[in-house]
Design a protein around this ligand. Structure first.
Ligand code: I3P
Length: 128
């Protein structure tokens, strides 16, 4: 049981290219700076990599490349946030520590899949 749980924490759930901007750090509002980001959902964390051109689905593996930042999804809140941007297909993710990100894709199906996958991880962590 313990072993299975620790393996699940390392599981790669999803990886792909999204547009990303951080809008708050520790509850303090930041100026938007949209950039493409290679986003990897692994275990309980969402990990962001710069330079998406250099990324492949295996890039998240330890030692392969250095993440720009990451966020713990435990206790995180996810909401559609088309009111927070002039772009379409935007959602907002907020960590318990008050870091907030907007993530966006031009492709409806892509953003819907990310939304439901992230929500299912948050729900799973809420049950743990
Ligand atoms: C921002 C930039 C962002 C935009 C933001 C602008 O201007 O155009 O793309 O967010 O809108 O303030 P600047 O480059 O001068 O910082 P969206 O693309 O998400 O609309 P906002 O201030 O209404 O959030």
């Amino acid at each position: 049981r313990v072993r299975l749980d620790s393996r699940r924490r390392q599981e790669l759930e999803k990886a792909g290219l999204l547009n990303k901007t951080k809008i708050a750090e520790g509850g303090r509002k930041l100026r938007k700076n949209w950039n493409p980001s290679w986003v990897v959902l692994v275990g309980n964390s969402l990990v962001f990599f710069k330079d998406p051109k250099a990324q492949t689905p295996s890039s998240w593996k330890p030692g392969n490349s250095r993440p720009e930042s990451s966020m713990d999804l435990r206790g995180a809140k996810l909401h559609w946030a088309n009111d927070l941007s002039s772009k379409k297909n935007v959602f907002r993710l907020r960590t318990v520590t008050g870091n907030e990100f907007l993530l966006q894709s031009e492709t409806d199906s892509v953003i819907r899949e990310w939304y439901s996958t992230i929500q299912s991880v948050i729900d799973r962590l809420d049950r743990d």
